[in-house]
Design a protein around this ligand. Structure first.
Ligand SMILES: [Zn+2]
Length: 228
């Protein structure tokens, strides 16, 4: 993870530039091809993948905050194919993000009340697992307003797809995620993760709101970081 922190520092000024640049026009506005000659469908995108460490983190959450019976109850809620993936996942492997989505939904049912409220807690727990000493130090150097610089680096370390763009707004930062898996459970868990990350960067009373969500029909997923 040392290289993650170092790279993030090196790209600090470049990313700052991005922050003050006006947003790019949508791709369609740049496309001068007459509509009749455009292909009707974009080429299929590969399924978003994530590192297996996420699977290990949520298992650790269940075993440390609940017990092995709750983990067994979680596994029993999965279909056989997903269960095989979950039980054989290794930290450095890459796995379908949607299998992870079904896993955290099962944990929410087995350990929570099944309304997905537990997922913010699980996200916060995962930050503790993901941050090593170097990255913690790096977060302390960053201000809460620049937290998305760290998040972008952490993201590409653990996820194969998805792109973040961020703008500063009064009271915080609005970060938009596009091109990732679409599932409410994933977004709730991510909001909890980002809120904890904001807290680690020294933010007082951090909150990450997520009301504009692709899973709920919005054009993109917007995470609104706010703090005092
Ligand atoms: Zn969302």
């Amino acid at each position: 993870m040392r290289s993650v922190a170092t790279n993030a520092k090196e790209s600090l000024s470049r990313d700052r530039l991005k922050l003050v640049m006006p947003p790019r026009p949508p791709a369609a506005a740049l496309d001068s091809t007459p509509p009749s000659t455009r292909t009707s469908r974009p080429p299929p995108q590969p399924a978003p993948l994530m590192k297996g460490i996420g699977f290990a983190n949520v298992k650790r959450y269940v075993l440390s905050q609940h017990d092995s019976q709750h983990w067994e109850n979680t596994l029993a809620l999965l279909n056989p194919a997903d269960r095989r993936v979950v039980e054989s996942a290794v930290a450095v492997g890459w796995y379908d993000v949607l299998v992870f989505a079904r896993l955290i939904r099962a944990i929410d049912k087995a350990c929570g009340s099944g309304n997905l409220d537990l997922l913010r807690q699980i996200g916060a727990f995962e930050v503790e697992q993901d941050l090593n000493r170097v990255l913690r130090l790096f977060l302390r150097i960053l201000s809460p307003a620049n937290i998305f610089l760290a998040e972008g680096k952490i993201w590409s370390h653990f996820q194969s797809a998805g792109r973040w763009t961020s703008i500063q707004v009064p009271g915080g930062v609005d970060a938009t995620l596009t091109g990732w898996a679409i599932d409410t459970a994933l977004c709730k868990e991510l909001a909890g993760y980002l809120e904890k990350l904001l807290q680690c960067a020294g933010a007082q009373a951090p909150h990450v709101g997520h009301t504009e969500c692709q899973a709920l029909g919005a054009p993109s997923c917007v995470f609104r970081y706010r703090w005092k």
